[in-house]
Design a protein around this ligand. Sequence first.
Ligand code: 5GP
Length: 173
Amino acid sequence: MVIGKPLLTVEQIQKRVKELAQKISEDYEGKELLSVAILRGAFMFFSDIVKLIQVPMDIDFLIASSYIKTESSGEIRVYADLREDIKDKDVLLIEDIVDTGLTLSYIRDMLLARNPASLKICTFLDKKERRKTDVPLDYVGFEVPDEYVVGYGLDYENKFRNLPYIAVFKKST
Ligand code: 5GP
């Protein structure tokens, strides 16, 4: 297994997270947010960005997965649902990476059926060229090429989540 050099450095990440938080704070001024982390991948991005968003907020977590090793299984599993009732709330979903879009699209439909006042999506990474289904992204940290990336919360078989930067992962053959 080989981890390449950083695709996104700690400094680039910090700068972008700050910018996103500022935009979100402006957009939600005067409102109260319910920020939802999609775990496990979004844990690091989530904890960084919520510290910088300057509107009152509640937080909640949802655990979902579609990935087996480095491929999407296409089947989305929700392992743990929200604890909060989201009806009439302004919900911001915070995701690590959007690839085919299937995971987020499934979660979005599931949450929209609960009638939130609004539902927006903030993703740290966007692997646009792999998209199979359209899902509206309101805030995007970085677009990344079609490579399997790890670090800053993202894993390969649950490893490398603790790297503070994003790197391309290659299986050695
Ligand atoms: P999608 O349903 O959009 O295809 O996949 C979304 C999920 O797949 C992400 O939340 C993430 O867990 C996983 N995923 C997609 N691409 C990558 C990648 O390049 N690296 C890692 N570590 N996970 C990925």
